[in-house]
Write a protein that binds this ligand. Sequence first.
Ligand code: XIL
Length: 299
Amino acid sequence: EATLGAAAAQSGRYFGTAVAVNRLNDSAYTTILNREFNQVTAENEMKPDALQPNRGQFNYTNGDRLVSHARSRGMKVKGHTLAWHAQQPGWMQSLSGSALRQAMIDHITNVVTHYRGQLDSWDVVNEAYADGGGGGRRDSNLQRTGNDWIEVAFRTADAADPNVKLCYNDYNTDNWNDAKTQGVYNMVRDFKQRGVPIDCVGFQTHFTGGSNYPSNYRTTLSSFAALGVDVQVTELDIRNAPADAYRNVTNDCLAVSRCTGITVWGIRDSDSWRSSESPLLFNGSGQKKPAYDAVLTAL
Ligand code: XIL
């Protein structure tokens, strides 16, 4: 197949990208987006600070623009993200305790209801686990509302749209032996055992180079999948875009039947949040890099 999306579709998967909505005005950008990708995630426009800048005042303009661009072209959309310690609006950052808990619930209900029936999945909770050796929760204002906040977020989203897939998303969960990976795994296993509605786990996969790619990445994906959830590579970028590492990630996803898709975190290197590292599949002129060919061949 000649494009990433079409190649991924041969095995029933998607190949997506993060989209910065203001770049939809750049025709070089949009040409690649529409040609290569069949899934999108809003890079920033569906985060809490973007959607609810003032309490009770929702701004869906940019999110709606992306959803309509994608849906009119048959692309899947992942909503990103409902509950996160970062990119909260200032008013939310200043809350705590039951007031913050209620604000989280109200945000999730309003946003999931707005997009009901239009999205493939939601990142319900993003980055709730701590780095390092402990394998425990990250401290945050949301965690301080009570250890059940993640479960409450998933139940609230499920009540607002019973059909959209509900995902947990995190980084540094790639190496099966890391405490953080095990912490998230134990949470997902517990949720499945107790019937908390969770459908998918996203692995951001922001690698700092080829050496950062763990040889047990496939074990990580298959172990989570064995719990009865879909797994997805959700924010892929790799410093200097080594073709081998991109090929390995692609092959590992394809080896796991419940690995349903791969999303890169931007189109051209110049679009990347890590642009100085040139971590993506297209250079700043929109030309395909060796990593692109490696991925396309592997798909
Ligand atoms: C990043 C965006 O790419 C940047 O534009 C923004 O300034 C900060 O957030 N993990 C995530 C993404 O889940 O939402 C982050 O996106 C990258 C790390």
